[in-house]
Design a binder for this molecule. Structure first.
Ligand code: ADP
Ligand code: MG
Length: 409
């Protein structure tokens, strides 16, 4: 079982690449689902099938071994969210907050993302597929989506345990004293349910069956954004296993007609693209780079998508076996002479963009505007941070035993 997510800047060809990958896998006999989590419903357009309307929300068979699914509004969440929302509305009501404002305040943040993630895990658990290809929304949304399970679980954990114990004994008394209703069993059950499922999704996304492929075009602005995306994805623990450069013009030199007037517009673009390609190879050194030609027309429909996949130059990491597991390089902790060293892959990060902060048993790592809270392994919780460095795409944090809690023996 494999999950491959495609992301990148808007319009670079994520949907087309995801669909082409799915079509060629299905033609090789792999039971494949291609699903889109992007609110812009273009997966159906690329495949030339109808995924909206009555079909929305369920996998539609589009070819042998191939189904496609457009994730829709968060219906699945509706029921359990309603329980929580009713509670919040009642609680806000006691504070004298206007109902219209309260409705607005209690709209579930990230509901679309949660629905998409739960749908992904449902499909993976169904065991109907050998390969699930995910056509993601543009980068920023995708990062939010992928960081959500961990972030939300973190918040929920802090919200719940204290309450769960307290509620049993204190509910009636506390409610009477504050005038504020306390969440009942149904509310807590709903929240714990999401918590459990989100933790499963996170395990799925950071496990060895999942990888992310970055789609980009050979333009400087796009390459720059993709570099930042690679760093951010790594920060959250996701593995990028390939870069797909899309819309690469056929080389002008190869197509120049003898005696024809040189086309300066075209040769300028070719030069720029060659420079861009070189920059991609340099930036993403170590990752397979696949080049997709800019076709003369939009690749729409199964035949055109299969042709596009066949025209790609360079091998995807698992072309010989699309289902081969991903070799993950996650966070590792090693013993050193002085204590411990925590290592986290952070390709392309610079020490100047990096923020590190220790908070009790957690390490807060910030790269630009992205931050992740790492819960430290037990051994490191009794240590203090001695220093950190970023080199060769790795963040290394040195820990030494805290004399106060761990006296030298
Ligand atoms: N290699 C290509 N050659 C020609 N047209 C392409 C190619 N890749 C994508 N397109 C076209 O470009 C447009 C945007 O592609 P799409 O896959 O929808 O991008 P995204 O999902 O990143 O927004 C679509 O009309 C698509 O058919
Ligand atoms: Mg798209």
């Amino acid at each position: 079982m494999r999950v491959i997510l495609f992301t990148g800047k808007g319009g670079v060809g994520k949907t087309t690449t995801a669909a082409a990958t799915a079509v060629s896998a299905a033609r090789a006999g792999v039971r494949t689902l291609v699903m889109s989590t992007d609110a812009a419903h273009s997966l159906g357009d690329a495949l030339a099938v109808r995924l909206g309307g009555a079909a929305a929300g369920t996998p539609v068979e589009v070819a042998d071994h191939l189904c496609a699914l457009q994730v829709t509004s968060p219906q699945r969440l509706g029921e359990s969210w309603r329980v929580v929302q009713d509670y919040l509305l009642a609680a806000l009501g006691t504070l004298g907050i206007d109902t219209v404002v309260a409705e607005e305040l209690t709209r579930l943040p990230g509901a679309e993302e949660i629905a998409a993630l739960l749908e992904l895990s449902t499909q993976v658990e169904s065991e109907r597929w050998d390969l699930v290809v995910v056509d993601c929304a543009p980068t920023a949304e995708t990062l939010r989506l992928l960081a959500l399970p961990e972030a939300l679980a973190w918040h929920l954990e802090r919200l719940l345990p204290a309450q769960r114990g307290l509620l049993k004994t204190l509910r009636p008394a506390a409610a009477a004293a504050s005038g504020m209703p306390l969440p009942d069993a149904a509310v807590i059950e709903a929240v714990t349910g999401w918590q459990r499922r989100l933790r499963d999704v996170h395990r799925l996304l950071t496990g060895e069956q999942t990888s992310v492929r970055l789609v980009l075009t050979p333009e400087r602005v796009v390459i720059a954004e993709s570099r930042r995306t690679w760093t951010s994805l790594s920060l959250y623990g996701f593995v990028v296993d390939a870069v797909v450069v899309n819309r690469v013009f056929p080389d002008a030199a190869a197509h120049a007609v003898a005696g024809a007037a040189p086309d300066t517009w075209r040769s300028a673009w070719n030069t720029a693209q060659q420079t861009g390609l070189a920059e991609v190879r340099e930036s993403f050194a170590g990752l397979p780079v696949v080049v997709t030609p800019y076709l003369a027309s939009e690749p729409i429909g199964l035949t055109a998508l299969a042709e596009l996949a066949a025209a790609q130059d360079g091998a995807m990491p698992a072309d010989h076996d699309v289902l081969a597991p991903v070799t993950h390089r996650g966070m590792t902790v090693e013993r050193t002479d002085a204590g411990f060293r925590l290592t986290l892959p952070l390709p392309l990060a610079h020490a100047s963009d990096l923020g590190l902060q220790r908070r009790d048993d957690e390490l807060l790592v910030a790269v630009g505007e992205h931050r992740r809270v790492l819960t430290l392994p037990a051994a490191l919780q009794r240590c203090v941070v001695e220093g950190a460095s970023v080199r060769d795409g790795l963040l290394r944090v040195r820990f030494v035993p805290d004399e106060e809690v761990w006296p030298r023996g």
